[in-house]
Design a protein around this ligand. Sequence first.
Ligand SMILES: [Zn+2]
Length: 129
Amino acid sequence: MSARSQTRWWISGAEPWPFVNPEIIRRSEDKIIVWDACLSFLSIFMQVERHREITVRYQNLNGDVVEVDAGEDRNLSELLQHEIDHLEGILAIDRVTDVKTIVTREEFEKRYRDASPYAVVPVSNTVET
Ligand SMILES: [Zn+2]
């Protein structure tokens, strides 16, 4: 299965997509700032900087080594960087671009929901706080 078809499979289905020993093997120089949140702390949102595109190498449940190219489509690049960070003990809060972007869920919903979730804004166009 090619990386491209795996991406489509993830987008179209609700099936789990296990990643065994995932590793980011390519990061675009181009970066984006996105709203991020985490199931580890449900009540706050913040802006973090991520690579716009990455390639992840992992093993599937059959032990096959596969690669997937992840971009902005469905925020897959951000999602994978977020989850792989967890494996390194890094939380989104560790990557916050500015502590002034940390907001409560209520404030996020009121002020920034239209620009998210995980809406992409250029690095040079961060939210004024
Ligand atoms: Zn998380």
